[in-house]
Design a protein around this ligand. Structure first.
Ligand code: COA
Ligand code: MG
Length: 287
């Protein structure tokens, strides 16, 4: 399961070391926005060495966020880290869905150059960070088997739009960013991949991340990005189905099996195929 995705600045050996023990299902070693431009070259070397020092990825996957394909840094990032065999590449600021195809071709070449098995490096775009990218959220289906998820971000989109803020007076995301979140979810499901929810920036507020994680899970997100180790445990717990949920799902499956019909009554509620499917999904995800 890939519930928690912890961002770790790629120029910080200390944080990379700490992150290994965070319990995060995935680390995203960052070469983009959390690294100052003058440290990028150093960060590439540190990230490559870190990847090479951790060949066993059973308990924790190691991804790398590169710079956008619209910058010359993207290829230099890949050249710097691919020999470490990252499990996946997080692609920021895509302009179109076809960016994942371009990245896939780059990965074909770098995998060959590094003796890695062809096609094994996965891709997840941060698909809502440019205005044009927003119009491509329904276009990710079938482009490359490397695609393993879609995620979204509200900060860079606001910057791209020249917006002073991405929130309304009540502190909640404005419509544009709620739309980005929904379209990310819909686009991921349409493409048959996992939707991964964005960061909660206020890392001291445990109640806030708990609420935002639960909210995302109810909507259909399969995981969430963290920026601080303290957020990881909360995310992991929130995405684990509770015993009560599992027991309820088993009762629904059993009720349909016993009835042999397309619709059944359980606890005074009408259940039909979507309920059975939800129950089966929950039980399958828990395996
Ligand atoms: N990964 C690994 N370790 C982290 C971490 C992270 N994302 N964030 C914090 N830590 C470590 C710190 O180094 C510190 O360890 P130390 O005391 O041994 O040095 C410990 O956890 C507690 O950190 P804390 O003091 O609470 O926070 P901070 O002020 O050091 O760091 C941030 C705050 C926001 C700078 C830091 O959490 C961070 O770098 N987050 C990731 C940012 C990022 O990647 N952004 C890009 C995507 S939006
Ligand atoms: Mg950014």
């Amino acid at each position: 399961m890939e519930r928690s995705w912890l961002f770790v600045p790629g120029d910080s050996e200390r944080k990379m070391t700490k992150a290994a023990a965070s319990g995060a299902d995935v680390l995203i070693l960052d070469l983009e926005d959390s690294v100052a431009a003058e440290n990028t070259a150093t960060a590439r070397g540190l990230v490559r060495e870190y990847l090479q020092s951790r060949p066993d990825r059973e308990a924790q996957k190691l991804w790398v966020r590169i710079n956008p394909l619209t910058t010359p840094m993207a290829l230099d990032d890949l050249a710097g880290v691919m020999s470490g065999g990252p499990d996946g590449i997080l692609l920021p600021k895509p302009e179109t869905a076809a960016d994942v195809v371009t990245l896939g071709h780059y990965l074909d070449a770098f995998e060959a150059a590094s003796g890695l098995e062809r096609g094994t490096t996965r891709i997840m775009p941060v698909a809502t960070e440019t205005a044009l990218g927003m119009f491509h959220l329904g276009a990710y289906r079938g482009l490359t088997p490397r695609l393993s998820g879609l995620t979204w971000g509200a900060e860079d989109l606001a910057a791209a739009l020249g917006a002073g803020t991405n929130r309304g007076a009540d502190g909640a995301y404005s419509h544009t960013y709620e739309m980005a979140r929904s379209l990310c979810l819909l686009g991921a499901v349409a493409a048959g991949v996992a939707a991964i929810d964005t960061i909660t920036g206020d890392f001291r507020d445990k109640d806030l991340i708990e609420r935002e994680t639960q909210d995302g899970r109810r909507l259909g997100f399969r995981g969430k990005i963290a920026i601080h180790p303290d957020q990881v445990e909360i995310i992991n717990r929130a995405f684990n189905p509770t015993e009560a949920e599992l027991a309820h799902a088993r009762r629904i499956v059993a009720a349909f099996a016993a009835a042999g019909t397309g619709t059944v009554g359980l606890d005074g509620q009408m259940l039909d195929m979507p309920h059975l499917k939800q129950a089966q999904n929950l039980l399958a995800a828990a395996k």
